[in-house]
Design a protein around this ligand. Structure first.
Ligand SMILES: C[S@@+](CC[C@H](N)C(=O)[O-])C[C@H]1O[C@@H](n2cnc3c(N)ncnc32)[C@H](O)[C@@H]1O
Length: 203
């Protein structure tokens, strides 16, 4: 008898935040077209969003190809026809393996990567998105240089202990960098567990 191994990786945080994030995406994503997800991780998010927003086509991606089997497995398990095969995409690369997309979603990458990754994300998003295209970011941020909760300060310290180049970013720094790449702020939404949804539009 052949036993099918479940390669789906599970993130409890993704399970908790997928629905609140979906509620924000519903308000800001276009009605149809391709959405590129950067740093898809386990694939739980893209499977949930694609099942809930079937008019959109989804392109998952992650720098780490080790995660691609998990992404594929979540998508296959949900029986989704509107999700493409995951791509290896490094935001810092000068060329991304995607030719067009109407929107980009990037959840929990900016603080768990060097600042160069945020720079690459905004540079690449500006190359890819059409005028009016939405860039959605989610994660913890400082505001005005201050942590918004003691738990975020602790998290920041733990990130920096793992890698000195990681860390909770200042929202204003991300907004300012986004502005230099032609993105205008649309909305900042306070989310559970002291996270923010940050929505930009390509001007
Ligand atoms: C904390 S995980 C978040 C995964 C998922 N979005 C979630 O919220 O569960 C951070 C992800 O960022 C990805 N990542 C880190 N550096 C990257 C880069 N330069 N380009 C693309 N993805 C990157 C990692 O491979 C990892 O999957």
């Amino acid at each position: 008898m052949t036993q099918i191994q479940d390669v789906r990786q599970f993130s409890p945080a993704a399970e908790r935040n997928r629905e609140p994030i979906l509620q924000v995406l519903r308000r800001h994503l276009p009605a149809a077209g391709l959405v590129l997800e950067i740093a898809s991780g386990t694939g739980q998010h893209v499977a949930h969003f694609a099942a809930s927003l079937p008019e959109l086509e989804w392109q998952p991606s992650d720098l780490s190809t080790d995660l691609h089997p998990s992404i594929r497995a979540w998508v296959e398990d949900a029986g989704l026809a509107n999700v493409r095969t995951p791509l290896q995409l490094d935001v810092t690369a000068d060329a991304w393996p995607v030719e067009q997309a109407e929107a980009i979603v990037c959840i929990n990458m900016i603080h768990i990567s060097p600042w160069a990754a945020t720079e690459g994300l905004l540079r690449g998003a500006a190359r890819l998105l059409p005028q009016g295209g939405v860039l959605y970011l989610y994660g913890p941020y400082k505001r005005g240089g201050q942590h918004t909760a003691p738990s975020n300060a602790d998290f920041d310290a733990s990130l920096k202990a793992r890698n000195p180049e990681w860390g909770v970013r200042n929202l204003e720094d991300v907004e300012s960098l986004a502005g230099t790449h032609g993105f205008e702020p649309v909305k900042v939404v306070e989310m559970p567990a002291n996270n923010l949804s940050v929505v930009f539009r390509r001007a």
